[in-house]
Design a protein around this ligand. Structure first.
Ligand SMILES: C[S@@+](CC[C@H](N)C(=O)[O-])C[C@H]1O[C@@H](n2cnc3c(N)ncnc32)[C@H](O)[C@@H]1O
Length: 288
């Protein structure tokens, strides 16, 4: 079983990075320390636009409370079903099983850890937020966690992963194609049109029904073909703290809106809805 190889993110280097207990180092001597919690920060100065890029610590904590509170249990179940289907489709292809999974924009690691536990796969999580990756590394030391700007490039050698996940997160089609093994699969999770619609309407004054499926299929067109689609939908009656956490951790726009409207809601029923899109590399596509 081949394991994914890391490559040095320093501009014009791209040597193989050796990962050890101390951190990561390439043969040209570029070094990246391992944080106490276990993650390695590979961000280069050109990769960041602020001193604390990606989700803030407050957003990460809100997301953790949402996940710990079981609010994503339906999404988790459907994701595991989709990954099981991927594994079934891979059997007999160039990829004979599910040994390595990369989660792009992994946040606090909840979904990657669940997938790796269920399928005994090697998990790699990358995120731009060091607060998110720190939280992931503390809680799930069995996976590998890196701070990376996935909009630029992924610090991995070609064709190292059997499965890529992007869960309401970043999508970099060219890099996804490059690091996915022939026969591998990509699962992109996007918010459904009715996700938190009741709450968005009350707080933001409107609940735009955005079809993210069509946009995602279009984004990957020519590189990935849509193979299957799943819906994860739930209706929950939630009190104000959980509603606030959901808004903060899901909708960037909502973070800046006044909190007064939320303060007037004690509890309400909300819809949680996500679409899971399973893709395979487009016919005739190779990673080169
Ligand atoms: C809505 S959160 C989803 C997190 C996680 N996938 C989950 O479902 O719990 C989006 C994540 O994308 C990360 N992110 C934003 N820009 C990024 C980038 N350029 N590269 C990698 N991650 C990024 C954020 O820090 C955040 O953790």
């Amino acid at each position: 079983m081949l394991t994914p190889s890391l490559i040095c993110p320093v501009r014009n280097c791209a040597c193989r990075l050796e990962l050890g207990p101390w951190g990561a180092r390439c043969e040209r001597g570029h070094c990246f320390d391992r944080a106490r919690s276990g993650y390695v920060n590979l961000l280069q100065p050109q990769d960041r636009r602020s001193s604390t890029p990606g989700d803030s610590r407050a957003a990460v904590r809100a997301r953790q409370r949402v996940l710990d509170g079981g609010l994503a249990s339906v999404l988790r179940r459907v994701l595991l079903q989709a990954v099981g289907d991927c594994r079934g489709k891979m059997a007999g292809s160039e990829v004979s099983g599910l040994s390595s999974v990369l989660d792009v924009g992994c946040g606090c690691g909840y979904f990657l850890a669940a997938v790796c536990r269920e399928f005994a796969a090697e998990g790699w999580g990358v995120d731009l937020s060091s607060a998110a990756v720190d939280a992931a590394a503390r809680r799930y030391p069995d996976c590998r966690w890196l701070v990376v700007n996935a909009d630029r490039s992924l610090p991995f050698a070609d064709a190292g992963f059997d499965l890529l996940l992007t869960i309401t997160s970043r999508k970099n089609p060219a890099e996804f194609r490059r690091v996915l093994r022939p026969g591998g699969r990509l699962i992109a999770v996007v918010s459904g049109e009715e996700d938190l619609a009741e709450l968005r309407e009350r707080i933001l004054g409107e609940a735009l029904a955005v079809d993210r499926v069509a946009g995602t299929v279009e984004l990957f067109r020519g590189m990935f073909d849509l193979e299957n689609e799943y819906l994860a939908r739930d209706r929950l009656f939630l009190e104000r703290p959980a509603l606030a956490d959901l808004l903060i951790s899901s909708y960037r726009g909502a973070r800046r809106r006044p909190q007064e409207k939320l303060a007037r809601i004690d509890a309400m029923e909300v819809t949680l809805s996500h679409r899971l899109l399973m893709f395979r590399l487009a016919e005739g596509t190779t990673y080169k």
